[in-house]
Design a protein around this ligand. Structure first.
Ligand code: COA
Length: 265
């Protein structure tokens, strides 16, 4: 287990899965600036570690995934527009790192998933949630505004109508509504969440890493404006699959009626 930002961010690798824990339960895991930096550093380490095939992000305890940004830092760090721009520079590293992270990411969500915490969950590839989870973007109640990346991610997941309702009202929605509008992939009973996430992440982690990389890249490009799509990168990632040892292993394993052993090359 590794600790970052005075233990408010934790990471561990187990059987091909990197686990990242937002660990400030006494503040419902609200994100401090130090936690953003810790998140970027953990993702850097996971990106370069071939043992990590997929990553799960979760909050410590049962009460929250992340209850938004740490409001106790707002006066000092985000007191006005100039300070907010500096704050943005500091937090953008973690957000950009998550957006560009090449391996599959899953948010395991219990309790409150609010503000920038929902932003982090939306940057993940999948959101698997417990019945007790709640979602909201309370910025309008605080007189603040969210960055364009968060808004764009929300629109691409739930469409403009649900985005407007969430942003303008600042109200929270429950897990059933979150699933209905497409904000989360699956909702399971609270006590079944860990097991369900292990099932999904194990299934993903056993698949061919280069295939996953290529598919993650393609989906990310597909939700961008077409003029900004990197078709050359998509083609290169597909070529890398067809030229890989894993492609041969996948075919051979199928014909030999055994599970494949993929190595990411
Ligand atoms: N930043 C800093 N501290 C936070 C926090 C946040 N975003 N969210 C919760 N906390 C702290 C509370 O101040 C409280 O601290 P205290 O014990 O020292 O008083 C502690 O976490 C527990 O919160 P509490 O409100 O007592 O718990 P709850 O279970 O009744 O309610 C929430 C939980 C998340 C609904 C409520 O705390 C809340 O609305 N938080 C703010 C959410 C928000 O607006 N986030 C910013 C979005 S940009």
């Amino acid at each position: 287990m590794s600790e970052y930002a005075d233990g408010t961010m934790l990471s561990v690798i187990e059987e091909g899965v990197g686990l990242i824990t937002f660990n400030q339960p006494q503040k419902r895991n609200a994100m401090s600036i130090g936690m953003w930096d810790g998140l970027a550093r953990i993702l850097d380490a996971f990106e370069h570690d071939d043992r990590v095939r997929a990553v799960v992000l979760t909050g410590a305890g049962n009460r929250a995934f992340i209850a938004g940004a740490d409001i106790s830092q707002f006066e000092e760090q985000r007191g006005n527009a100039d300070a907010q721009r500096d704050y943005d520079r500091l937090t953008r590293a973690g957000n950009a790192r998550l957006a560009a992270f090449a391996k599959p990411t899953i948010a395991r969500i219990r309790g409150y998933c609010l503000g920038e915490g929902l932003g982090i969950a939306m940057q993940c590839d999948l959101r698997i949630a417990a019945v007790d989870s709640e979602y909201g973007l309370p910025g309008a109640r605080l007189g603040m505004a969210y960055g364009f990346d968060l808004v764009r991610n929300l629109v691409s997941l739930v469409g403009p109508a649900h985005t407007r309702m969430l942003l303008y009202s600042g109200q929270r929605i429950d897990s059933a509504e979150a699933q209905r509008i497409g904000l989360v992939n699956q909702v399971v009973e609270d006590e079944e969440l860990s097991e369900r996430v292990v099932d999904i992440v194990r299934t993903i982690a056993d698949n061919a890493p280069l295939s996953l990389r290529s598919m993650k890249l393609a989906v990310g490009e597909a939700v961008k404006d077409e003029s900004r799509c990197d078709y050359a990168a998509i083609d290169a990632a597909i070529d890398a699959c067809f030229d890989s040892e894993d492609y041969r292993e996948g075919r051979t394993a199928f014909l030999e009626k055994r599970p494949p052993r993929f190595r990411g090359r």
